[in-house]
Design a protein around this ligand. Structure first.
Ligand code: RIB
Ligand code: CA
Length: 325
């Protein structure tokens, strides 16, 4: 369990669209002693906002978490309509895993106010962990730019230097609100990108997930059920088991950064055409002729995770959740 105020633990705020893998990330963050969860802000993404808030509160119960403040944020992206990923996370956003109702309640204050207060009041720089469309972060940084003075960095699950998922080239979180992601990149806060290049690599074996789901530990049963959630590709077809820990890997990267290979690279987000929402990651070792086309501007240096010791991160995840299958 996180030791609150422990100087060795990293103070974080999680921004989530809970979601099956956001749930795994919350469970890990609450349980790992090296992470101090100050609060959780919710945004529409995988599911509508109200569902995201309810799922988040129920997952905190499942984790046996202390009274961590949870606040509701944006109901849709800055420009785009909300586009829930029901085909991935199920109608309820948690893969149909019926967690018991919770007595926990969200804060009266909204997500932007909660994040502002937690960041400015904390006695150490805070790490913002964005596991969802970055609408809340964009609104925070535009409304209270002074928070940047007490941000250690932004760790975001999103983007890709290679394949997309929402489209052939764009990753869901950035694709859902590309303007927000651009505002966040432009905020001059040190940024770490945990994109699909590593997100798609860290998984738990099917037999381990099954053993967890049918074991004696209530928390491990929830973890196993979440890992075992199938992605319905069509009405009568279920995708092969994936077992991806998804967003949880971004939190694991904070605890065990050496398990990933990163490079600081120029990144920008495409806002137009088929590539809308694509994170363009410049992997060249020598400058090209971007200036000839007036394209040399608009890039931000980001620490991009390009490779991961997937077994090491999966082990960290399972050991932390006491899920010894
Ligand atoms: O592309 C993966 C991301 O989109 C994850 O954060 C998942 O939860 C969804 O939000
Ligand atoms: Ca998410």
């Amino acid at each position: 369990m996180a030791r609150y105020g422990d100087p060795m633990s990293v103070p974080v705020i999680l921004d989530v669209d809970t979601g099956v893998d956001d749930a795994l990330a919350i469970l890990f963050a609450v349980r790992h002693p090296g992470v101090d969860v100050l609060g959780i802000s919710c945004v529409a993404g995988n599911a509508p906002l109200a569902q995201v808030v309810d799922n988040t509160l129920r997952i905190l119960d499942a984790a046996g978490a202390p009274a961590i403040p949870v606040a509701a944020g944006a109901v849709r992206p800055l420009l785009e309509p909300a586009r829930a990923a029901r085909h991935v996370h199920g109608a309820d956003g948690l893969g149909g895993i019926a967690l018991p109702p919770t007595r926990r309640r969200a804060e009266q204050a909204g997500a932007v106010e909660l994040m502002r207060r937690l960041i400015l009041e904390h006695d150490r720089p805070v790490t913002l962990v964005a596991l969802a469309p970055q609408t809340n972060l964009a609104l925070l940084l535009r409304t209270h730019p002074e928070v940047a003075g007490n941000l250690e960095r932004i760790v975001f699950m999103g983007g890709s230097a290679s394949v997309g998922n929402a489209t052939a080239v764009a990753e869901f979180n950035v694709w859902h609100d590309p303007e927000a992601a651009t505002i966040v990149l432009d905020a001059n806060v040190p940024t770490y990108m945990y994109g699909l290049d590593v997100f798609n690599r860290v998984a738990v074996d099917h037999d381990v997930a099954v053993a967890l789901e049918h074991g004696d530990d209530p928390l491990a049963r929830v973890v196993g059920a979440l890992l075992g959630h199938r992605v319905a590709l069509s009405e009568d077809e279920l995708a092969e088991y994936t077992g991806l820990i998804g967003d949880a890997g971004a939190v694991c990267s904070i605890v065990d950064p050496l398990a990933l290979r990163t490079e600081v690279r120029p990144v920008r987000i495409e806002l137009a055409g088929y590539g809308r929402g694509q994170t363009l990651v410049d992997l060249r070792f020598s400058p090209g002729r971007d200036d000839a086309h007036g394209l040399a501007d608009g890039w931000t240096n980001v620490e991009v995770a390009l490779a991961v010791d997937a077994e090491r991160i999966a082990r960290l995840f399972l050991d932390t959740l006491g899920a010894r299958a």
